[in-house]
Design a protein around this ligand. Sequence first.
Ligand code: TYD
Length: 210
Amino acid sequence: MFITLEGPDGSGKTTQFRRLAVWLGAQGLEVLMVREPGGTVLGESVRELLLQGRGGAMDARAELLLFCASRAQLVSERILPHLEAGGVVLCDRFADSTLAYQGYGRGLDLDLLRVMLNFATCDRWPDLTLYFDLEAEVALARRTAGGEVNRLDAESLDFHRRVRIGYLELVARDPRRWVVIDARPPADEVERKVRGVVAAHFEQQRVFDK
Ligand code: TYD
């Protein structure tokens, strides 16, 4: 089972990622937690390049290729082996972030991105993707209150609005894989919702496996 979490910074996605991992572990599952960009030695170096924003404006294509490079390494070094061993992989952001940020946000061609993402992921897309939905304005306010802001977080409100529209289009395209989680309620309430969705998904898989 390959589960990914998507949504804007400020949506509480990373808090829910940690809580979900603890809960799945308590159910006796072998859980691999990884984040993007990063998760490997190569990926963490790429992460620094991508998020710090040293050396002036980064070309959108260079940005795209760096995200893809980090992802290709993560997939082959950690994700595929763990899935093949029968474990659960929980990933904080994955290829859909590239469609949302570099595709809808930056305006790079979506068909081209899909070809590149299939290549970078060896065509292994998630089984379930939780999208933590929050209006761009609200996410921005939460980020500003929270402190640390990376190079992409610092993009304009319009950019983040396009990213949200993008995510909602991705959900509409593939509603069987995606579940939208309203990120506005308090964390405990969101956590209950997440557990319910994931439990239902596991249940459904068991039914399908029979
Ligand atoms: P991170 O600190 O991990 O933020 P978050 O808590 O929001 O997950 O930073 C990752 C940033 O990189 C985030 O702003 C989204 C962006 N990003 C892309 O633009 N494309 C991608 O493919 C990925 C994985 C992330």
